[in-house]
Design a protein. Structure first.
Length: 461
């Protein structure tokens, strides 16, 4: 029986894989103009990095982590019947998000030296959450994220938000279909009292709330703002608002971020119920939602400030902030907006064979053309000449090099311009020599590869 990919995962077939590469290329180009450099961290970390960093009481850590059993810890866990006998250094989990691992790496390698410029890093790759799969919610999905460590300034927050919005715009998500929500979650001075007032509010309304929210009152009361249950949502609409409880410093910071966004012409909606699911956020939080065609999974990206996270993973106090955007959700948003265009596989040229006797020469030319940096294809299935032309057409070849035994006997081949249908005889040895001249350049060499137009307009042929 053929196997299917595991539930909640999706194969990235060529069109999707191409789009993923285009997306990461666009991110790399755009983010580099903001001073960001790439970083790649392992797909799994010590579980503690996530429990300490993201928080044990969050859904992501408490319910959705994939625990990795390596050879050693698998044997031990098997012998003990569970994980409990494992030392914390033996417990590994697949990363449910990118921030905790990046901050762990920043701390480990001391990337934010005292007094030095902030570390600005971006990543792209798969994340893993054992969620109930549905449209826009996968168990393996792909995020692109950016982190900036070493700045408390509101300009860093505004820059991060602007960079995220510009990225979506550049990818073609229409500005009118996006909605940017922002909030401040306060800090260690004002949040505890606020948290307590929400806890008290939930307890006062216990009878009207779902079991999960009642439980959240003690573990993570702010998460009750995210409850999908209608009655809970109704009750929570009347809950105390963080923005009424911010300390002076947090208020000033929040006001400064908003006025920077105003000045940059970035539209936003203040949402005092936006708390985001992870424990590590302090002060600014933001989320980009798509207003149409996304069902309940409308958030395409989000992030915030996490000034306490570096300490939580064992580092010096280091302020930081970041965002992550979901590739699959962004694709759904592009689809919904009719803005998804595929760039099909294309070739510069095609080498067609009139019969089998010319195939060795065709293959030699094919190799030389590729060495010269051209995207060239030939038939590998013994197809008729007519089918080869059809294939060349399908691949968008601008030129077809037709090798026939009669012409070959005189060292010649026909080249057909597929647009004008013009054909001319060219000298194979001269073409080969020209290709060899351009071939064999190391990657990144200054000379650009030859174009077929250049090649066929050459006086040499
Ligand atoms: P989060 O780390 O939860 O803030 O997620 C950041 C972004 O990743 C979200 O806005 C989504 O676009 C995307 N995302 C989060 N969880 C999933 C999931 N299970 N499947 C697909 N995309 C997701």
């Amino acid at each position: 029986m053929p196997y299917n990919a595991p539930e909640g995962t999706a194969d990235m077939l060529p069109a999707a894989a191409r789009l993923w590469r285009q997306t990461t290329d666009t991110a790399a180009k755009l983010f580099s103009t903001y001073g960001y450099e790439p970083i790649d961290t392992p797909l799994f970390e010590l579980t503690e990095v996530f429990t300490r960093g993201i928080g044990e009481a969050t859904d992501v850590v408490g319910k959705e982590m994939f625990v990795v059993r390596s050879g050693e810890n698998y044997k031990r866990a098997l012998a003990a019947g569970d994980d409990s006998g494992l030392k914390s250094k033996q417990k590994l989990s697949l990363r449910p998000e990118g921030t905790a691992g990046v901050v762990r790496a920043v701390v480990q390698h001391n990337l934010v030296e005292q007094g030095a410029a902030p570390a600005k890093l971006f990543y792209a790759g798969p994340m893993f959450r054992a969620e109930r799969p549905q449209k826009g919610r996968l168990r393996q999905f792909h995020q692109i994220g950016a982190e900036c460590l070493g700045s408390t300034e509101p300009t860093a927050d505004a820059e991060m938000i602007i960079m995220l919005m510009r990225f979506f715009e550049r990818m073609g998500v229409p500005a009118k279909s996006m909605q940017l929500l922002i909030n401040s979650m306060g800090d260690e001075h004002c949040r505890p009292a606020y948290r307590e007032s929400v806890r008290q509010y939930i307890l006062d309304h216990e009878g009207e709330m779902c079991e999960e929210c009642r439980r959240r009152a003690d573990t993570n009361p702010l998460r009750a703002f995210d409850c999908k249950n209608e009655t809970c949502a109704h009750v929570m609409a009347g809950a105390p608002k963080i923005t009424d409880h911010l300390c002076d410093d947090c208020r000033e910071h929040y006001e400064a971020v908003k006025s920077l966004l105003d000045a940059a012409g970035i539209k936003y909606i203040e949402d005092p119920t936006l708390v985001r699911g992870l424990d590590y956020y302090t002060r600014t939080v933001f989320e980009v939602q798509v207003t149409e065609g996304m069902g309940s999974q409308s958030a395409i990206g989000g992030g915030g400030r996490y000034d306490k996270l570096a300490e939580a993973v064992g580092g010096r106090p280091t302020p930081g902030l970041g965002f992550a955007l979901g590739f699959e959700r962004m694709v759904l948003a592009l689809e919904a907006a009719g803005a998804l265009s595929d760039t099909p596989k294309r070739v510069d040229g095609y080498i067609a064979c009139v019969d089998d006797s010319v195939r060795p020469t065709a293959f030699d030319l094919l190799c030389a053309a590729r060495d010269a940096g051209l995207t060239v294809e030939m038939d590998h299935q013994g197809k008729s000449l007519k089918s080869q032309f059809k294939m060349a057409d399908k691949l968008g070849a601008r030129h077809v090099f037709v090798l026939g035994p009669d012409e070959l006997a005189q060292g010649k081949a026909r080249v057909r311009n597929m647009a004008s249908h013009e054909e001319r005889l060219v000298d194979i040895a001269a073409a080969r020599k020209l290709l060899a001249h351009f071939g064999g350049q190391p990657m990144g060499a200054a000379s650009t590869p030859v174009s077929l137009d250049e090649l066929f307009s050459s006086e040499n042929l």
